[in-house]
Ligand binder design. Sequence first.
Ligand code: NIG
Ligand code: FE
Length: 413
Amino acid sequence: MRLLVTNIAAIAGIDRERRERVEGAAMKRFDTLSDAWLLAEDGRIAAFGPMSEIGELRADRTVDAGGGLLLPSFCDSHTHLVYAGSREQEFIDKINGLSYEEIARRGGGILNSADRLHAASEDELFAQASERIREIIRMGTGCVEIKSGYGLSTGDELKMLRVIRRIRDSFPIEVRSTFLGAHAVARDYIGRQTEYVDLVCREMIPAVAAEGLADFIDVFCDKGFFTVEETARMLEAGAKYGLRPKIHANELDVSGGVQVGVRHGALSVDHLERMGAEEIETLRGSSTMPTMLPGAAFFLGMPFPPAREMIDAGLGVALASDYNPGSSPSGNMKFVVSLACIRMKMTPAEALNAATLNGACAMGTSRDFGSISEGKVADFYITRPVPSVDFLPYAYTTPLVDRVFLRGEEYCG
Ligand code: NIG
Ligand code: FE
């Protein structure tokens, strides 16, 4: 199957070197080619070039981009989009003055979602998550990581992970799966946190590994959740089964999460609202991708992560949506890019690199996803006609993603 796209005002996010990540000053480049065509063959990008040199190209299907831009699909490396119901009551509680931590201490928050998930069948969960998947595909996401973590018992964690597997098998979006049994201490274990950590290490991790349900392991290493020592124990237990860490760190406090993540070879450390100079120094020279979730800082009214300091220190950074019912009920990556520009002073080019190639890197998929490069999977979207690439984050609520192509085929779901 050969798909030819013509009449593209500009292809953006081109990477002829096919790098696996971009760092520091290199993040400022998001290369473009004006007045272009692109050819995909058998689901991969075969070639692209200027319209003036299109010559005689044979294709099974030709699509006229109508003068829109063509960009690589977003790679959203941190979501919790399998969940039951919603939590707008807590949204009201927050408006009335309660903090995220206070709501959690009262037994709301993650435990609220765990109760709802327990009551939902696998089919119901799949139906609800499928709606969210269709929504994010239509908004331009082509590659997504999804976490468990609303199960908090072996049976319910497996239920969530099976739903993630079903999503992976049912949609053309690329999915990576993360086991997050240590998202919170389950209700039955409150006051017995060490026993809950034992359960994660001795029962949950072996059961998840036995069914091959997870690519990665995550721990919420933060004030009021899991300590650095507990995190280290669980990451070591996961490592025995080949589960590489991607962890929640430094959202509520300077928690030591960055250091424990880097020490255990984490693929990414995520959130990073509370960072010091030491944390940035720890990340320099490591292969761990610092990942920021500005939707959560926006929704919870937290400080935004120090993106400028990190990039200016030479780090590569990724952006993800954190799509979840408590701290970021949105998977809109275009809005995440806008927030990064508006609130974290990232340039549009830096933010788009962070939401595509570096996002893919943060879930181990950047060899095949995250940029317009010959040989990579043909995942891209075409925008409505716009004046420039910078217009995308500038017009921060306008839905500009017009047509979506995954694995070389148009998504019409
Ligand atoms: O990334 N911080 C921990 N976990 C999620 C929130 C989960 C929830 O509140 O349901 C997050 O923000
Ligand atoms: Fe999260």
